[in-house]
Ligand binder design. Structure first.
Ligand SMILES: NC(=O)c1ccc[n+]([C@@H]2O[C@H](COP(=O)([O-])OP(=O)(O)OC[C@H]3O[C@@H](n4cnc5c(N)ncnc54)[C@H](OP(=O)(O)O)[C@@H]3O)[C@@H](O)[C@H]2O)c1
Length: 326
């Protein structure tokens, strides 16, 4: 039996008004897939890039915008055993999350964490998977190390601060307003620096440098990141909001034995995403249960108001996650 759902697409790249609500018939779940009645979908900056035509979805991704949802399992395909219809879940979707019904690979579906409102839980998968795989898996952040997270008040940043703190790291964050710096401190940052008014690199060096940096800014931040990293430091890049080109002092990279790395989440093979999900379930869900991590929700819009949600993200007016509810 097929299922009727609204989805949100951007048929012609552009601003928030490029978004359109359309109706589609979804095929049954299929082997290894799960259909989810969406309680809420998270809005992420990659959705904005997709709307602008700058981030084409990978081949085979479900049609429409939306990389994460929460909700109840509607239908499971063959071979799916860890969740059943009616279960409350969260899921990373390869697309099509802004919808009434979303499709996800079973390996990217996790039981909704206890103690978090199901709507708010939609703000978890994309940021938690990204921070886990980059800061913990790739950059191997250790308890007691010094972590610097740029974009501290972003969806990713609010999650990174809490996860690094829960792991026992010393946390430094950067953000663009005094209010956003306050939020970073409330979430556990030991030091929050306003990148518009402070020389953050000088302040980080004066405070003892950084062992691991999570960067989404790129451009001229790359050289400054390298300059503040301590011996054996790791820089992990997940975006380049100020540009993909950078000039680096390679002597510093060598003498400090630095590791420069980065990754994208959406185009990784299903098996790799499933492995990340396993790590998240084992390591991060207990932090949520212990009250050490919560989704920071900026605002909730209806699906029809997706354009307003995108306008808010475009204006960088938000702190934490923006959600859509069908
Ligand atoms: N590689 C991956 O797998 C992956 C996965 C998910 C997301 N991402 C990327 O991670 C980034 C954050 O995603 P999100 O959904 O959390 O977005 P978001 O909430 O919109 O956050 C964007 C952040 O970037 C900061 N920023 C923007 N321009 C800046 C500049 N010129 N200098 C310093 N900071 C600047 C903003 O800081 P203020 O608001 O404080 O000014 C804001 O905190 C996005 O670029 C996204 O594409 C990557």
């Amino acid at each position: 039996m097929s299922h009727s759902t609204r989805i949100i697409i951007a048929p012609s790249p552009g601003g928030p008004d490029a978004l359109r609500v359309e109706t589609r018939d979804l095929a049954p779940a299929g082997r290894g897939k799960v259909l989810i009645d969406v309680a809420a979908a998270g809005v992420n900056r990659p959705d904005v890039f997709e709307r602008m035509g700058l981030y084409p979805p990978p081949q085979g991704a479900p049609e429409g915008l939306g990389l994460e949802v929460s909700g109840h399992v509607r239908e499971t395909g063959a071979g799916v055993t860890h969740v059943k219809p009616g279960d409350p879940v969260v899921a990373l979707t390869a697309g099509g999350g802004y919808a009434d019904i979303a499709r996800a690979d079973a390996g990217c579906v996790l039981p909704a964490p206890a103690g978090v409102d199901l709507v708010h839980a939609a703000g978890l998968p994309e940021t938690v998977f990204t921070v886990w795989s980059n800061v913990f898996d790739r950059a191997r952040l250790q308890p007691g190390e010094r972590f610097l997270g740029h974009g501290g008040a972003s969806g990713i940043g609010t999650t990174a601060i809490q996860m690094a703190k829960a792991h026992g790291a010393h946390v430094i964050a950067t953000a663009g307003t005094p209010e956003k710096c306050d939020l970073c401190r409330q979430l556990g940052a030991d030091l929050a620096l306003n990148y518009r008014s402070d020389d953050w690199a000088q302040a980080v060096k004066a405070a003892g440098g950084a062992d691991v940096i999570l960067d989404m800014v790129g451009g001229d931040y790359a050289a400054r990141n390298v300059s503040v990293l301590n011996m054996d430091g790791r820089l992990v890049m997940i975006a380049f909001l100020k540009g993909a080109q950078a000039e680096l002092d390679l002597m510093r990279v060598m003498l400090k034995r630095l590791t420069l790395t980065g990754s994208t989440l959406r185009n990784r093979p299903a098996a790799e995403k499933a492995a990340i999900a396993q790590g998240v379930h084992a390591q991060v869900w207990p932090w949520i249960a212990a009250g050490k991590l919560r989704p920071v929700i900026d605002s909730v819009f209806t699906l029809e108001d997706a354009a307003k949600a995108h306008a808010r993200m475009d204006a960088m007016a938000h702190a934490g996650k923006i959600l859509l509810t069908p």
